[in-house]
Design a protein around this ligand. Structure first.
Ligand code: ZN
Length: 118
């Protein structure tokens, strides 16, 4: 139940613990966050990717982030009506992420626009 940095494994949280930054797949401590944050969409790095970057197994510029916000989306849904219904659900999900502070207002707006096809 103790929260740990997915980069270096340092405990996060609690009175004596380090302050962490919440990413999509877990939390990282501030020093790991510093190494990650110049990567586009670093919030969506998987724990494995985070670990590889922190331990210098991969170069930051070689890391490819899989994210709903930075992938320009799948093409060709042939039922726009059905697509719209699921968009609302998606937006709701992103709103939760926004409320939890996992994504920023700006990212939420981008996702929303994309989902609404604006
Ligand atoms: Zn760390």
């Amino acid at each position: 139940m103790a929260r740990k940095c997915i980069g270096c494994g340092k405990p996060i949280g609690g009175v004596l613990g380090a302050i962490g930054t919440k990413l999509f797949y877990g939390e990282v401590c501030l020093s790991c966050n510093k190494k990650l944050k110049d990567i586009m969409g670093y919030q969506y790095l998987t724990p494995t990717q985070v670990n590889d970057i922190i331990s210098n197994r991969v170069q930051k510029q070689d890391v490819k982030v899989e994210s709903p916000f930075f992938n320009s989306g799948s093409s060709g849904t042939n039922d726009p009506g059905a697509n719209k219904a699921s968009s609302a659900d998606e937006i709701r999900k992103y709103k939760e992420l926004l409320d939890e502070g996992i994504i920023t207002q700006e990212e939420f707006d981008i996702a929303k626009k994309r989902l609404l096809g604006l």
